[in-house]
Write a protein that binds this ligand. Structure first.
Ligand SMILES: NC(=O)c1ccc[n+]([C@@H]2O[C@H](COP(=O)([O-])OP(=O)(O)OC[C@H]3O[C@@H](n4cnc5c(N)ncnc54)[C@H](OP(=O)(O)O)[C@@H]3O)[C@@H](O)[C@H]2O)c1
Length: 268
């Protein structure tokens, strides 16, 4: 059986590598001897992580500081990647916006659409073409269990995660015959900076390690993966329950989480 490096090549590109799930992907791929292109806005964090991973794993790391909400976000990424054989793309960067949709600044909503949907589309088109030419590669989309449930008070976030889930599952089928594995990773609540950024509170949150362990285990074996038994049970129940009821229940849960998130922020 081909090693991970033989299967996916010498370089991986990870978006949102400055924190949470993306930083854990960087750690676990570095341990497998894969060289990394780390993408995010916070250069200091990327440089610190990249330096540590290079020292610990004898790999090469390149930093691409890019704001994926911007129309021209590929401009800083292209010169860094053009001579590299990127065999694994991890579309991980993303954020949520909790609260009433109409009270959000429209520009933030459009940023969310750009970061969570437009950027993965463009990156997948660019690097997916290169992978199919080499007849090998892998693409991971970090979607969410929210991709299975319409979620009032996190409306556009859930919609963006359905987009990633469906794009990934469809491409899983399309690209299989081209030698490219595609996976939608659908975590539930996970301990990262996500909830602080979104303005909600985490419940039954998992650590990042088992989330990324599962993704790297299931890539090439399944179109999608849900970390955590409680999250898999939730998605199974959602599939059996009328959609309208799921939406009402999700709205009630989110109302509490947004209120608790507000209390947390006031307390700090
Ligand atoms: N944590 C959860 O409960 C959970 C559950 C399900 C799915 N997810 C998904 O997991 C993924 C990773 O999130 P996380 O939980 O690890 O949250 P996190 O700790 O807040 O990390 C988010 C990452 O995305 C990057 N990012 C955000 N906006 C960006 C922009 N405009 N341009 C470039 N990079 C940007 C951030 O980097 P900079 O700020 O440095 O740019 C950061 O590295 C997201 O797609 C999220 O939707 C998370």
């Amino acid at each position: 059986m081909a090693s991970f490096q033989e299967r996916y090549g010498p370089w991986a590109l990870i978006t949102g590598a400055s924190s949470g799930i993306g930083a854990e992907f960087a750690d676990q791929l570095a341990e497998r001897g894969i060289n990394l292109v780390l993408v995010a806005r916070r250069r200091d964090r990327l440089e610190t992580l990249g330096g540590e991973l290079e020292r610990r794993n004898k790999i090469q790391v390149r930093i691409a500081m890019a704001d994926l909400s911007k129309p021209d976000f590929m401009t800083p990424i292209r010169p860094i990647t053009e001579s590299l054989d990127i065999g694994l793309l991890v579309n991980n960067a993303g954020f949520g916006l909790a609260g009433n949709f109409l009270q959000h600044d429209l520009r933030r909503e459009l940023d969310l659409l750009n970061v969570n949907c437009r950027a993965p589309l463009i990156l997948t088109h660019e690097f997916g073409r290169q992978m199919t030419k080499r007849k090998r590669g892998g693409i991971i989309f970090v979607s969410s269990v929210s991709g299975y449930i319409a979620t009032p008070l996190e409306a556009s976030y859930a919609a963006s995660k359905v987009y990633e889930l469906f794009l990934a599952e469809s491409l899983w089928y399309e690209l299989k015959k081209e030698g490219v594995d595609v996976l939608a990773l659908c975590p539930g609540s996970t301990i990262t900076e996500f909830h602080d950024v979104a303005g909600s509170r985490a419940v039954a949150a998992m650590a990042v390690k088992p989330v990324v362990d599962l993704a790297l285990k299931k890539l090439g074996k399944k179109p999608s993966a849900i970390p955590g038994r409680h999250n898999r049970l939730l998605v199974s129940l959602v599939k059996l329950t009328p959609r309208r009821l799921n939406t009402v229940l999700a709205g009630r849960v989110m109302k509490n989480l947004v209120l608790e998130g507000e209390k947390d922020r006031q307390a700090t």
